[in-house]
Design a protein around this ligand. Structure first.
Ligand code: AMP
Length: 397
């Protein structure tokens, strides 16, 4: 069974064709600059040379057709006919309060994706375009929506409601949704399997630390709390996003600089985080290099990032009345042993002990805590595409 996984942004389309018999990637690639001059397809078939094509892509329909052509091409293709693709799984950002579970797309699902354009203005329209492009290119095949907000929908009211007048929740769905849901679902499941934990009761904290960063607490794989909110701006300090902040800061900067709210929100999303704090870069490697050269603000940015993660781990341990395992994932979590160790250095009170030799690892499943650590600490690479493919298989088999 072969499943195509599609992740559309407003001007991009990422794809992977996965053979679900052994969960291997047969081909993957990216269409860039869709709707902009200079559109380009990069196609990487497993075990063959990379293929690049510069060709106009006025919209996602044209892009997906070029992907279909590349997948079936006699030189760099991997399938002889579209019939070999059983179904298509789509990453969809926002399912609002309607959907918590992945679902086969029909007209109702498309209506909800459309209704959530306000909640996910950059992603939901692109996600819908991707679905409609696949419907046109592969008529009759099932398309499955896997929601980035799905995992967070299991949060109880006390965790997802903001302390603002209830009418805003009722009228507009203003609540905490959480994002990176596919990653948190995948990694919390892996933590239970790889860590040999009780599937029904394991208390797991997943730290997804990449350019976007979020943290979740789950019991038996069900989300108890997660750090992103109505939008991905809430929670941890990120590459360019501020994370938690007194909302009065927005008004204060608006007044001082004669800016409007949209302007300041743009600053909080794109020019803040470790980039804004350090003035160096949003890339954690650049900041670590600047710190090594004695840049004080780079050092403070890294310290603040680590401190915020440690505070959330403490809060989530309290929320669950304990923690069995902490898992690190995404770019920083999978590659940066110093940051993992620095976060865990705050957790001695939980009986967390890191094994330095075991922590000297990148990008593969590993237990990095010492044998006598009271909490199992793990590195578990995330794989959102595989998680989407598994959901698609489950719903269409
Ligand atoms: P992601 O968003 O998950 O792709 O993660 C991207 C982030 O991972 C970038 O900001 C990089 O700074 C960070 N990253 C990747 N490799 C390393 C590394 N070896 N050390 C520190 N940060 C890293």
């Amino acid at each position: 069974m072969k499943i195509l996984v599609v992740n559309c942004g407003s001007s991009s389309l990422k794809y992977q064709l996965i053979d679900m018999d052994n969960e291997s990637v047969i081909a993957k690639g990216l269409c860039e600059r869709i709707g902009i001059e200079g559109s380009k397809l990069t196609h990487q078939p497993a075990g063959k040379d990379k293929y690049e094509l510069e060709s106009p892509m006025p919209d996602h329909k044209v892009a997906i057709q070029l992907v279909m052509d590349a997948l079936q091409d006699k030189d760099h293709g991997v399938i002889s006919s579209v019939d070999e693709i059983s179904a298509i799984g789509h990453r969809v950002l926002h399912g609002g309060t309607t959907y918590s579970e992945s679902i086969v797309v029909d007209e109702d699902v498309k209506r909800v994706i459309r209704e959530c354009f306000d909640l996910g203005p950059l992603h939901n329209p692109a996600n819908l375009m991707g679905i409609e492009a696949c419907e046109a290119a592969m008529p009759g095949k099932a398309n499955v929506a896997v929601w980035d907000t799905g995992f967070g929908m299991a949060m109880p009211e006390k965790a997802y409601l903001y302390a603002i007048p209830h009418e805003y929740y009722e009228k507009y769905g203003v609540r905490r949704y959480g994002f990176h849901g596919t990653s948190h679902m995948f990694v919390s499941g892996e933590a239970i399997k790889f860590g040999g934990l009780d599937p029904e009761n394991a208390k797991v904290i997943v730290c997804h630390l990449g350019n976007g960063a979020s943290i979740s607490a789950s019991i038996g794989g069900k989300c108890v709390d997660t750090s992103m909110g109505l939008t991905p701006l809430e929670g941890l300090i990120m590459g360019t996003r501020s994370g938690d902040l007194d909302p009065a800061v927005v008004q204060y900067i608006c007044n001082k600089e004669n800016r409007d709210v949209n302007d300041v929100l743009n600053i909080l999303n794109k020019k803040s985080g470790v980039l804004g704090m350090s003035g160096v870069s949003s890339d954690f490697r650049d900041i670590a290099a600047a710190k090594a050269e004695g840049n004080h603000l780079a050092e403070v940015a890294l310290d603040a990032f680590i401190y915020r993660v440690a505070k959330y781990i403490g809060a989530y341990t309290a929320a669950m009345n304990g923690v069995d395992a902490i898992a690190f994932t995404a770019g920083v979590g999978e590659n940066d042993k110093a940051t993992r160790k620095a976060i865990c250095s705050y957790l001695g009170y939980l009986g967390v002990k890191i094994d330095d030799a075991a922590n000297d690892v990148r990008g593969k499943n590993a237990v990095i805590s010492a044998a006598d650590s009271k909490v199992k600490v793990m590195l578990l690479p995330t794989n959102e595409e595989l998680a989407i493919a598994r959901e698609t298989k489950r719903l269409t088999q």
